[in-house]
Every structure is written in C-alpha cells, then in structure tokens.
Design a protein around this ligand. Structure first.
Ligand SMILES: Nc1ncnc2c1ncn2[C@@H]1O[C@H](COP(=O)(O)OP(=O)(O)O)[C@@H](O)[C@H]1O
Ligand SMILES: Nc1ccn([C@@H]2O[C@H](COP(=O)(O)OP(=O)(O)O)[C@@H](O)[C@H]2O)c(=O)n1
Length: 238
C-alpha cells in the first residue's frame, strides 16, 4: 500500500504540470500550423476550434437550415454530435459519426461559417465542448481559435495573439487554394475577419494578457520556436 502511494507521488513530482495554451488571431496568421507543431513538439494535445464551427456549419447546410436565419440556426444548434480528435499529428473531426475533415474546408462552408458562429446558442454549445476537451487533457493542450483567451479559457497559462498583414495572410491562403485569385482571397478574408470581430458574442479579440506576435515577416519555423520558448518558460515557472 505505502509503495503504491510513494510510486504515485514520485510520478506526480516528475510529471510536467499540465499547461493550457490559447492561440487566437485572424485567418491566415498561422494559428493551425503553429499550434499543431508546438503541441507535437511538447507532447500536448491540440484542438482546432475553427474546425468545430466549420463542422456545425456543414451540418446546417446538409440539413436544409437557412444559415442566415439566426432563429433557425439557434433551434438546430444542439442537434449535431461533433467529436474532435486531439492528436496534433493526426487531428480528426466527425459529425454524427461521419468524417468531416474534408467537407468542412469547402468555399461554401468558409463563406457561411461566420453567420453560424455568430449565433449565441451555437457559441454556448461549442464553448462547452471546448472546455470539456481542455479539462480532459492531462498533460495540457494547445487550443486555437478566435475567443479562446478572452472567453473559452480565460485562465489559460499562456495566451498568444497572432497577427499578420492582410497581404501576407491572403498570399498564404491563396498558396493553399490552387488557382485562387489573390485579390478575391484577400477580399473574402477581410470580410470574414470583419464579421468575426464585430459580432456581439465573443468576437475575435486579443485578451489583455495575451502576447501579440506579428508573423508578417517571420517564417513559420520562427513563430513555432518563439511559442515553444514561451510555453517552456511557463511550464518551468509552474
Ligand atoms: N509565418 C509564416 N510564413 C509563411 N507561411 C506561413 C506562416 N505561418 C503559416 N503559414 C502558412 O500559411 C497558411 C495558413 O496557415 P494556418 O496555420 O492555416 O493559419 P490560420 O490557422 O491562422 O488560418 C498555411 O499554408 C501555412 O503553412
Ligand atoms: N474560436 C473560434 C474559432 C473559429 N470561429 C469561427 O470559425 C471560422 C473558421 O475558423 P478557422 O479557424 O477554421 O478559419 P481559418 O483560420 O482556417 O480561415 C471563423 O471565421 C469564425 O467565424 C469562431 O467564431 N471562434
């Protein structure tokens, strides 16, 4: 009996303390790439909250919901079952048991997601899901989105707010979307940022205690190293 207790307390002494990292910012600033790499490097879980808002939007579109009708969206918000896999090497997302990783990235979902994510009932549902996933991450988690530092996890150990010029962000995004026009991509991106920043319920915003990192002139590797250093400092101080 005493051996078990001693073994457990020895393990507790050597295990790194769970660390919660919130990474927010507009589209194309490098949140997903940075968060995945940092989580993989430090052995943490990873949660892409944008994928969850995309997943609920995809479900609404598939189920004949008028996404411009906030009342209709609010009424349906509790129906889909969204499950996120938090391994940074292979993050997954399913809706009612169906793999949604591909379909949530279509232009149609991208152009509709801001309307759905602005509905308070949608945010309440997804926020609750995000908090339960973060609470279950024993070693810690990197959670990326728009309102993680301000609303979802206001007590996070470390909050990062990534920014970059609209030109840099549009160039990165159109590099991903084969054959897309830079000006159109930039316009769509600015429109979505404006909608996300101006909604009433938990808009895209930098938390007062977040560290702002402008990634415009940084390589992805530099951003990853910067965030890894900040997390390690927080871990050491715990
Ligand atoms: N600092 C950077 N420099 C150049 N390209 C980057 C940088 N950060 C991310 N990228 C690239 O930009 C694209 C968008 O990055 P992503 O991580 O998806 O951004 P977000 O999650 O903020 O929308 C990806 O193709 C990624 O590889
Ligand atoms: N925490 C979050 C994350 C995303 N979102 C919404 O989900 C959309 C898609 O997020 P995303 O992270 O996949 O977007 P990209 O950065 O990939 O373009 C955003 O434009 C927001 O409308 C949100 O409202 N709150």
């Amino acid at each position: 009996m005493s051996t078990t207790v001693e073994t457990v307390s020895a393990a507790a002494r050597t295990a790194p303390a769970a660390v919660i990292v919130a990474i927010d910012g507009p589209s194309g600033t490098g949140k997903s790439s940075t968060s995945k790499a940092v989580a993989a490097k430090l052995g943490l879980s990873y949660l892409d909250t944008g994928a969850q808002y995309r997943a609920i939007t995809w479900w609404m579109l598939n189920n004949g919901i008028d996404v411009q009708d906030a009342v209709e969206v609010a009424t349906a918000a509790g129906k889909p079952v969204i499950v996120s896999g938090t391994d940074p090497a292979a993050p997954t997302i399913t809706v009612d048991g169906e793999d949604a990783a591909g379909p949530i990235r279509t232009q149609e979902v991208t152009s509709k997601v801001s309307a759905v994510s602005a509905v308070p009932e949608v945010r309440a549902r997804i926020t609750e899901l995000q908090r339960s996933i973060a609470a279950a991450a024993e070693i810690g988690i990197v959670v990326e989105g728009r309102d993680i530092g301000t609303t979802v996890l206001p007590d996070a150990d470390l909050k990062i707010f990534l920014t970059a010029s609209p030109e840099a962000r549009a160039a990165r995004r159109s590099g991903e979307l084969k054959g897309s026009d830079l000006a159109t991509t930039k316009e769509a991106l600015i429109k979505r940022d404006t909608a996300d920043s101006s909604r009433k319920t938990s808009p895209l915003a930098k938390a007062d205690d977040a560290v702002e990192v402008d990634t415009t002139d940084l390589t992805l590797q530099q951003v990853i190293e910067c965030v890894v250093t900040l997390v390690e400092e927080k871990r050491a101080a715990k």
